[in-house]
Design a binder for this molecule. Structure first.
Ligand SMILES: [Zn+2]
Ligand SMILES: [Zn+2]
Length: 131
């Protein structure tokens, strides 16, 4: 049997597809249910409201929201994980998404350049041996 330490409580447990033990997993399910019920009955709460009403830590509510498991309703918003701008869906705001896309494009462009120069040197070598 493969044992692992629960990432939440640190207890040893039989490793499964989850990185937390069954106790913590159940506690998480309970928390999620509490938030879901609270959101159904309250129209526009903020994180602090939900946290104090349900006793669930804001960080856990955030992780539910960022993983997409909990869908923001009404005016519920939370900070972008990159710049702190308030958002209602996903993990980062629209601005950061564009910024990340630009960085991604730059990286893939420079990767293409590396690729191209490799190919060029191959062809020039090839030509040299032919001539
Ligand atoms: Zn645990
Ligand atoms: Zn942002």
């Amino acid at each position: 049997m493969d044992l692992a330490n629960c990432t939440v409580c640190g207890r040893l447990f039989a490793r499964s597809i989850h990185s937390v033990c069954s106790d913590c997993l159940n506690a998480e399910e309970d928390d999620f249910e509490k938030i879901r019920v609270y959101l159904r009955e309250n129209d526009a709460p903020d994180l602090a409201d939900i946290s104090s009403a349900t006793g669930v830590a804001e960080t856990r509510i955030l992780s539910f929201l960022r993983s997409g498991r909990l869908i923001s309703t009404g005016s519920l918003s939370y900070p972008c994980s990159s710049c702190g701008e308030m958002i209602q869906t996903g993990t980062i705001c629209a601005v950061c998404r564009v910024k990340n896309q630009l960085i991604f494009d730059q990286v893939s462009q420079s990767l293409r350049k590396v690729d191209g120069s490799k190919r060029n040197s191959y062809y020039s070598k090839h030509r040299d041996t032919n001539s």
